[in-house]
Design a protein around this ligand. Structure first.
Ligand code: C2E
Ligand code: MG
Ligand code: MG
Ligand code: MG
Length: 288
């Protein structure tokens, strides 16, 4: 009986692995046509001053508006785009759309864009980003690039040169998902980061887990010592916000402030707050 169930289990794994592989291939083919068709679109998540609630800007999060499957999460398609090299085109398409949108926003607002460590192998990455900034007319000084802490940069010299070119233009760099990668502290010194983002896994559990609270406290203090501002992501409720406020964590984002907004959603959101440029008619209508 044991042998039989063992064999059944094997068969079951084979079938599910085959399904998984099939689905992955479908997504890969879908991405190949979907990226040039503009199906990968930016969503925008508010980033705020925790102490005052003031809006600083938005993090750009990619979404795949699949023609038949609905919205697909980046957790699903970014790894495929990375493995196939499509991440470069995908990323430039997201930047192009996000810069074009953000050009019409109040000049106090910044945007943060995620790039994959894989992109740091492209010797032309900084030039491509700067070219897209120039073409869209979005100022480099209002752009922050988020780099996920993972099995970081295999070509450190190249990564440093890309980071240097971007910083020369006034672009800022943030170390994303801090605390989850290995040898976090070494990563902090690898590139000239301007900000640390605490991984949401610690933040969402800050009031349930003493360990999470200790880790968040330590990262906030580390930021203070290194003179690096800290952003907490994954603020889901008022109790989490209160906890971070008490620690003097400067910036935050998360569902408590708002779910990520579509291009249309973010325009409406900013128009309501009179933070869209060149829309005097719209704001007049609202004041009536
Ligand atoms: P990330 O950069 O760490 O982004 C934060 C993730 O947390 C986002 O997931 C966001 O929707 C989610 N989140 C925000 N607030 C909350 C909250 O209060 N609670 C919880 N539980 N989650 C929250 P999303 O949009 O699914 O993105 C996942 C990851 O995909 C991102 O993590 C980022 O690493 C990657 N990604 C997204 N867009 C891009 C892109 O354009 N390029 C690249 N290379 N990676 C991207
Ligand atoms: Mg990010
Ligand atoms: Mg993150
Ligand atoms: Mg992440």
């Amino acid at each position: 009986a044991a042998k039989k169930s063992g064999r059944n289990r094997c068969v079951w794994f084979d079938a599910s692995m085959e399904r998984e592989l099939q689905q992955r291939n479908d997504l890969e083919q879908g991405l190949r046509v979907g990226i040039p068709r503009g199906e990968i679109v930016p969503y925008f998540e508010q980033q705020v001053d925790i102490a005052t609630g003031k809006l600083n800007g938005f993090e750009v999060l990619a979404r795949w508006e699949h023609p038949t499957r609905g919205i697909i999460s980046p957790e699903r398609f970014i790894p495929i785009a990375e493995e196939t090299g499509m991440i470069a085109d995908l990323s430039m398409s997201i930047m192009q759309q996000a810069f074009t949108a953000a050009r019409d926003w109040d000049p106090s607002l910044t945007i943060s864009i995620n790039i994959s460590p894989w992109q740091l192998r492209d010797a032309w990455l900084a030039q491509k980003i700067i070219k897209t900034l120039t073409e869209t007319g979005f100022p480099a000084g209002r752009l922050e690039i988020e780099i996920t802490e993972s099995a970081l940069f295999e070509n450190m010299a190249l990564a440093q040169s890309i980071a240097g070119s971007l910083k020369n233009q006034g672009v800022k760099l943030a170390l994303d998902d801090f605390g989850t990668g290995y040898s976090s502290l070494a990563h902090l010194r690898a590139l000239p980061f301007d900000r640390i983002k605490i991984d949401k896994s610690f933040v969402t559990s800050i009031n349930e887990s003493a360990d999470s609270a200790a880790i968040v406290t330590a990262i906030v203090r580390l930021g203070e010592s290194l003179n690096l501002p800290v952003t907490a992501e994954g603020i889901e409720d008022a109790a989490i916000e209160a906890r971070l406020k008490a620690m003097n964590c400067a910036k935050g984002q998360g569902w408590f402030y708002g779910k990520p907004l579509s291009l249309i959603g973010v325009r409406r959101f900013l128009a309501e707050r009179h933070m869209l440029l060149g829309m005097p008619a719209a704001s007049k209508v609202e004041e009536m």
